[in-house]
Design a protein around this ligand. Structure first.
Ligand code: GAL
Length: 704
């Protein structure tokens, strides 16, 4: 992909191939369908998802007469589907009254799907408690941050902390797992759907107090960590510690985020254990973490730790795909588990919840699918197959109409199906690999958001400022947690790492001393793990390594000159302290305080390097900074593509695959650096021409 963020945003074995060959079903003479790996093809825990590409949709058989199911599944198979997701909102059908379970219909749906060559992901229904439950046990209903208890009729109205809800969830999931855990056609499980809202009910408050006691042991420790002498916040009884959504002490708020994360982890584990105890080990367990990949209500690395792989929803809403932001979202999700992921929901043209729920361009739905695959998605599932005849989402895009016949988007989804079938054997076992990582850290994001200091300081925009020129140079960029291993990288960028605890400081130091290049962005190292100001200047525990420090930070009311460009929103005044620390960028005539001072400093450490960039710099400066950093770190660029075209790469099993997507509306010709095999069209190519929203999948020599 070339061009700045602004410019474009305006525009997975041979074993398996044998298996695939054996089970390929014919749609029509000469055509291919995606194949589901034969039973036994994957034995490892949740491994099956990596054995193929998966295409399908969310299907709600409970909403339709059973006589209709066969036709639905026939139409799915005919467009190339090999998977379907069912069950995630059907608690009232699975347990029509307390303790009276009916899983037979689910078993029948799963087996019928199998007859059509379609494997099944089973969703647990805990996003939508049945009405008998909320009537009999009103305490299962969520209490919001203002203390209001929610009512029935929507979804997400349950408490993640309430013991009754945990028990009832465990019971229904246990019954599901007993009914379906050994069904050969079930490929995996999705726990709940789109974890979103925590609860502030009495059970949650009790859990909060218990969590604090376990973490701190004594109130003295808690008071010390949160500096509660400030404003007479000192607590002499655990029950005094606030628990709500009010803006409070940032130390408390950071801990509340960790507590909420742990509540979701245990809410999920309650169900996960029930599934694991009854399900075949080959069945994977994931959850669908929703359309807001960047959302930070809780720590998504922690949620994914117990799961086999990550899933999310890729929705555009109003407008069209913003290639960098959307691509980076996929990279973020891949980074949650550092492995390929699924797009559990993607829009079939349009949604129903956006300010303007416009249709995507012709071809854009296909381009979105291939962008996801290029970034490491192995599963693409449309939401949804067919809209319910009533309910809150009757206006959403779907694949079938209310008459049960294909809508216009069906043809595009069928093309995706044919193409995924062709590409699956080539992509199986491949994943995006990058020498470069961007660090994304939930405690830092929380900390900065608690005390923004400038209303326009948007950490995702800051991350994307670094991401865009990196992605222009490379087929793949990783986005990973600051708390993980870094040895495989040559260049690591931490755009907003405000919280640096000792362990992270030690890991980053070892990375630089081991020859890596680290770039720190503004606000780095200001805080410790409790969100306390570090008792030394930024970047705190990395100041000695940098050989320099931040003298003062400034929220900018107007742009300031820096180097040959400018900085907006944020600028820090840096001083080199070590003799070998060099000034990389200097402010020009600025706000008086910054004039002529250092805006970025860099220091060579053995074969490694650490650079601190204290300002939010413009695109031109950023491009120079990143180009120099790539050269300095010895990172080879991938081949150049025209503006508007995104280059994505996946490697593995001795294969190297290039995915090209033209996000624009004008045709573009891409000259290839070597002849490549055209996976979708056949033949060898030295150049490819992509029409509007055009896609190419190319196999190149693995050793370059
Ligand atoms: C998702 C949700 C689906 C459906 C969809 C509509 O967030 O998981 O159940 O509501 O949005 O776009």
């Amino acid at each position: 992909m070339t061009g700045g963020k602004g410019r474009l945003d305006r525009v997975r074995t041979a074993r398996l191939r044998a298996v695939l060959g054996a089970v390929l079903l014919s749609l029509s003479p000469g055509s291919q369908a995606l194949a589901a790996p034969a039973e036994g093809a994957s034995a490892a825990n949740g491994q099956a998802q990596f054995d193929s590409l998966w295409l399908g949709s969310a299907w709600y058989p409970e909403q339709w007469p059973e006589e209709r199911w066969d036709e639905d599944l026939r139409l799915m198979r005919a467009h190339g589907a090999n998977v379907v997701r069912i069950g995630e909102f059907a608690w009232a059908r699975m347990e029509p009254s307390e303790g009276a379970y009916d899983m037979d219909w689910l078993v029948r749906a799963v087996r019928l799907a199998g007859k059509h060559g379609i494997r099944v992901v089973v969703g647990t229904p805990t996003d939508t408690p049945p009405a008998w439950m909320t009537q009999k046990y009103p305490e299962v209903l969520r209490v919001d941050g203002e203390g209001r208890r929610l009512g029935h009729g929507g979804r997400r109205q349950f408490s993640i902390s309430d013991p009754h809800y945990r028990r009832l969830s465990r019971d229904v999931v246990t019954r599901m797992a007993q009914a379906l855990g050994r069904e050969p056609n079930v490929i995996g499980w999705q726990i709940g759907n789109e974890y979103t809202d925590e609860s502030y009910d009495p059970a949650a408050k009790a859990a909060w107090v218990g969590w604090l006691k376990a973490r701190y042991g004594t109130l003295d420790r808690l008071n010390d960590a949160w500096t509660t002498q400030y404003w007479s916040q000192t607590y002499s009884d655990w029950a005094q510690v606030p628990f709500n959504t009010e803006k409070g002490n940032p130390g408390l708020m950071l801990e509340q985020k960790r507590f909420i994360t742990d509540q979701w982890v245990s809410f999920q584990k309650n169900q996960l254990d029930a599934i694991r105890s009854a399900a075949l080990p080959s069945q994977f367990i994931t959850t669908n973490l929703g359309g807001l990949g960047w959302a930070n209500r809780f720590d998504r690395y922690a949620i994914n730790r117990d799961l086999d792989f990550a899933s999310w929803d890729n929705y555009v809403g109003t407008g069209h795909v913003l290639p960098y932001r959307n691509g980076a979202s996929h990279d973020l999700v891949r980074g949650w588990k550092r492995r390929n992921f699924w797009v559990m929901e993607i829009q079939p043209g349009f949604v129903n919840w956006a300010p303007v729920s416009n249709m995507l361009h012709p071809g854009e739905t296909r381009a979105m699918a291939w962008q996801a695959i290029g970034h490491g998605a192995d599963g693409i599932l449309y939401w949804q197959w067919r809209n319910a005849l009533n309910g809150q989402e009757t206006m959403h895009g779907s694949i079938l109409g209310p008459d049960g016949a294909p809508l216009p988007i069906y043809a595009e989804v069928s093309r995706i199906g044919r193409e995924m079938a062709k590409a699956a054997p080539v992509l199986a076992g491949t994943t995006p690999v990058s020498p470069v990582a961007i660090l994304q850290d939930y405690p830092s994001r929380w900390s900065i958001d608690f005390q923004l200091h400038h209303k326009d300081y948007d950490q995702i925009a800051v991350l994307l400022d670094y991401y865009a020129p990196l992605k222009d140079a490379l087929g793949s960029v990783n986005i990973v947690e600051a708390a993980g291993p870094l040895e495989s990288y040559r260049l690591v960028v931490a755009p907003s790492l405000a919280v640096i605890d000792e362990a992270t400081a030690a890991r980053l130091t070892a990375f630089v001393q081991g020859g890596g290049h680290l770039i720190l962005g503004p606000r780095s190292g200001q805080r410790d793990a409790f969100d306390r100001l570090q008792p030394r200047r930024q970047p705190g525990p990395l100041a000695d390594l940098l050989g320099g420090q931040v003298e003062q930070f400034y929220a900018l009311d107007e742009p300031v000159a820096v180097g040959a460009g400018k900085a907006t929103i944020w600028a820090e005044d840096l001083t080199p302290k070590a003799p070998d620390a060099q000034v990389l960028l200097r402010y020009g005539k600025a706000n008086g305080w910054l004039d002529g001072h250092a805006a970025a400093i860099t220091r060579k450490v053995g074969k490694g390097r650490i650079t601190y960039v204290g300002a939010l710099i413009d695109k031109g400066l950023m491009k120079t900074l990143i180009d120099d950093a790539l050269t300095g770190a010895g990172v080879a660029r991938d081949f150049a593509v025209p503006e508007g075209v995104e280059l994505m790469t996946r490697e593995g099993d001795g294969r190297s695959v290039v995915v090209l997507v033209n996000h624009g509306q004008e045709p573009r010709t891409v000259t290839l650096p070597e002849p490549m095999t055209d996976v979708l069209e056949g033949g060898r190519r030295q150049a490819v021409t992509l029409g509007a929203e055009g896609v190419a999948v190319l196999q190149r020599s693995a050793k370059r």
